[in-house]
Design a protein around this ligand. Structure first.
Ligand SMILES: [Zn+2]
Length: 409
């Protein structure tokens, strides 16, 4: 989720919009302006329908944002730092620094989101009721009741149910939905076993995801489903959401397994101790010809009289044109020590792996009293995990640069 732009800061938390949000924003506006609102109000001008649809979409994502903000604020009250809130194609997510340490924290943090959506939904409906007053509903022709509503009441009558639907959908007890997290917290509280609780919640999440995928395919072939209706586009959309949830359920559980396997393993056990270090005044052509090409090493610690001063990697070299290599030194292009995330030999390998994911890098220098003792590389950790579990766990971790490692809700 690296692509997008920042729209502001609320309560000290960065709020970002992913580009993919614009697609769904457009689709919602289009379906409201081109279908829902004209069917309620045939007499509306296209301009009025579009304006109301745009405002409705805007308020819908504001509601999603408030849902996420509630997770973030309750999380922070429990001592978990919030990196940012991102709005994207499937709604929103609050990225936390780590998972809650107690089942109670998990419970409060998860349940607050659906509560906020429910309260918003009821609030919008009550507001619409207050604005309109009692209206006559002809049981034979209920559409007629909508036609009496002005634009603001129409918008509220759409926003209310959609927020209530959002609350209900999120309460489905499958991980990683809020309801799945609530279930996990409860199971965790009862059994005291986070891993088993996550396994059960993740399996239910996968099962629910499959239900959505199958329903989605049914709709694509003309079947009518309760709540979701029918149609090719809605069906594809539902199947797509199911696929996303399935992945998320799987990845969350595997991340927990990885974390568990790495806990209490010191970095010094997994780090590479055979590595080449270079000096800041080395020319780039020497670095490439004598070190980068002949060895498999992709990142080199830079030492000045044995002191760690930075790190230089393949990507840094690629930014310099080849004819400038002889005029450029390692010191010119390296990432200086202050800007490099470092770990100590006694640090937990699980924390090192989180740092690797969060920074989007493939290796970290292991520093002890200003001296480089080794490099801890993503691939070495994966090899170690594979050896231990007897299977390839390469697919269990998100690739470099993905929002992996950080729990997302
Ligand atoms: Zn939520």
């Amino acid at each position: 989720m690296g692509r997008g732009f920042r729209i502001g800061r609320v309560a000290g938390i960065d709020v970002r919009v992913d580009w993919s949000l614009l697609i769904i924003f457009f689709l919602i506006t289009l379906s409201l302006a081109g279908g829902v609102f004209p069917s309620w109000h045939p007499q509306w001008s296209p301009g009025l329908a579009w304006l109301t649809a745009f405002a409705a979409a805007l308020l819908f994502f504001t509601s999603v944002f408030l849902h996420e903000l509630s997770h973030a604020l309750v999380g922070r009250a429990q001592g978990i730092a919030v990196k940012r809130i991102t709005l994207f194609i499937f709604g929103g997510m609050a990225e936390m620094e780590h998972e809650p340490h107690t089942w109670r924290a998990e419970l409060w943090m998860s349940i607050v989101g659906p509560i906020v959506s429910l309260v918003l939904g009821v609030f919008f409906l009550m507001l619409a009721g207050l604005m309109v007053g009692p209206i006559e509903v002809d049981a034979a022709n209920p559409q007629q009741a909508f036609a009496q509503l002005d634009p603001i009441a129409t918008l509220l009558m759409w926003l209310g149910p959609i927020n209530i639907f959002l609350a209900a959908f999120n309460l489905v007890p499958g991980f990683p939905l809020d309801g799945g997290r609530v279930l996990r917290a409860v199971l965790w509280g009862i059994t005291g076993d986070l891993r088993r609780a996550t396994q059960w919640a993740s399996r239910l999440g996968q099962a629910f995801a499959w239900v959505l995928i199958i329903m989605g395919f049914g709709m694509m072939f003309g079947l009518r489903m309760p709540i979701f209706g029918t149609g090719l586009v809605s069906g594809m959309w539902l199947a797509f959401i199911g696929w996303f949830l399935h992945n998320a359920a799987l990845v969350s559980y595997r991340q927990l397994l990885v974390r568990e396997s790495l806990e209490n393993i010191p970095v010094s056990r997994l780090m590479q101790t055979r590595f080449v270090a270079v000096e800041p005044d080395m020319r780039l052509h020497t670095l490439v010809e004598e070190h980068l090409m002949p060895s498999g090493q992709r990142a080199f610690p830079v030492l000045n009289n044995d002191r760690f001063v930075g790190i230089v990697c393949l990507q840094d070299v690629r930014k310099v044109k080849q004819d400038a290599w002889s005029g450029t030194t390692v010191g010119d292009i390296m990432t200086p020590a202050e800007a490099v995330a470092q770990v100590a030999p006694d640090d937990d390998a699980a924390d090192a792996m989180s740092t690797l994911s969060q920074r989007g890098v493939n290796q970290l220098p292991v520093i002890d009293h200003g001296k480089v003792r080794g490099l801890i590389r993503r691939e070495d950790v994966l090899t170690w995990l594979a050896l231990r579990s007897g299977e390839d766990m390469g697919g269990m971790l998100p690739p470099t640069g993905a929002s992996g490692g950080k729990p997302v809700r």
